[in-house]
Design a protein around this ligand. Structure first.
Ligand SMILES: *Cc1c(COP(=O)(O)O)cnc(C)c1O
Length: 363
């Protein structure tokens, strides 16, 4: 084998803390494709790429932070971890904990988890508890459990998560040769926007210490997008009953709220809201025109850029990277609905070439 990507801890060892490197628990995460999206470039007048984080081992960017969080826990001899999750954190924690021989407890909000994610957590042997409450309530409970009992918290309030997730910024700069003009991503609990900003800053030689020469000449402007029914940072106050079909960002009181505002303000960026309709329209553009299948939350960044383009707010010719955060197979039902809300019905034909050709309009 000429070269196989070794996972982010090995690939970016010199930029990660020593304590995550003693007992490395990896499934080969990171090294995800940065895909040019000419369709989005045409629609926006910018040069647009999508960073396809659904290509991580469990199908979302959470794996970047889970390899570091579980490695650190393993290094300390931890036997059990806990997380609150809208789905992808639990899928990832369950896989990495299994790999490390640990017990994984998962607190998920009652009835609001996409089927693909639930089945992953169960398949990997997590102790899954459906909590009578929303994500924010699950996170409060998980934090208290980790304080009072011998279990480690692996939500993104764990700084090792942020360390791992910052490597996505490194990969983007490594691929493009410098930071993009604008980096765009969905915002839920706001760990990822925190991590990207940290990574871009460190690669530009800021906050990184003398041992780390600058790789990028600059940092990008950061644009974050929340779902309109779950947009506390946009509103300026917590949302008690967040509602959106984009379950991965259905969060009313983000744990990394202040860090998200810092990324926005220090970068000269913005955090705005997109409606579920805009998210589903962007989801359709990504799958039907770009060729990338994502879960609804992952389309929020694309929805935001398309909305700003329509308002004439996208700088023409700018180089823009949009992170699409999770795989479409996590929550596949949305592809089976037409824009007017009815179910897509497969066309039935008999098994002869003439009727198949006729159904395809080839005659
Ligand atoms: C976790 C998640 C998000 C939100 O990321 P935060 O770090 O919570 O802001 C967005 N999309 C997907 C697919 C996720 O799994």
């Amino acid at each position: 084998m000429a070269h196989q990507w070794r996972g982010i801890v090995a690939e970016y060892a010199d930029r990660l803390p020593a304590h995550v490197q003693e007992t490395v628990v990896t499934l080969g995460e990171g090294g995800t494709p940065l895909v040019p999206a000419p369709v989005l470039s045409d629609r926006t007048g910018a040069e647009v790429f999508v960073k396809v984080e659904g290509m991580n081992p469990t199908g979302s960017f959470k794996d970047r932070g889970m390899t570091t969080a579980i490695s650190a826990a393993a290094g300390r001899g931890a036997k059990a971890v806990v997380c609150a999750s809208t789905g992808n954190t639990s899928a990832s924690a369950a896989a990495y904990a299994t790999r490390a021989g640990m017990i994984c407890a998962v607190l998920v909000p009652d009835g609001k988890i996409a089927m693909g994610k639930l089945s992953q957590a169960i398949a990997h042997g997590a102790r899954l508890l459906q909590v009578d409450g929303n994500f924010d309530a699950c996170l409060v409970a998980a934090r208290k459990l980790a304080e009072a009992y011998p279990v480690e918290l692996v939500n993104s309030v764990n700084p090792d998560r942020i360390e791992g997730q910052k490597t996505a910024s490194f990969e983007i700069v490594d691929a493009l040769g410098d930071a993009p003009d604008i980096h765009v991503l969905p915002v839920g609990n706001a760990g990822n926007i925190t991590a990207y900003w940290k990574g871009f800053r460190e690669y530009a030689g800021l906050d990184a210490g003398a041992a780390h020469p600058a790789v990028a000449t600059r940092t990008p402007v950061i644009w974050g997008f929340q779902a309109a029914g779950a947009a506390p940072i946009v509103a300026g106050y917590p949302i008690d009953e967040p509602e959106t079909i984009a379950t991965a960002i259905r969060i009313g009181n983000p744990a990394s709220w202040a860090q998200a505002e810092d990324a926005r303000d220090t970068s000269g960026g913005l955090i705005e809201a997109v409606t579920d309709e805009q998210i589903l329209a962007a989801h359709r553009v990504l799958s039907a025109e770009v060729g990338v299948f994502v879960e609804p939350a992952s389309a929020a960044g694309v929805a935001g850029v398309l909305a700003l383009a329509e308002a004439g707010r996208v700088p023409q010719g700018a180089r823009i990277v949009i992170t699409v955060t999770g795989h479409g197979l996590k929550d596949p039902q949305w592809a089976l609905r037409t824009p007017d809300g009815s179910d897509v019905q497969p066309v039935r034909v008999s098994a002869d070439v003439v009727s198949i050709a006729s159904a395809l309009g080839l005659d």
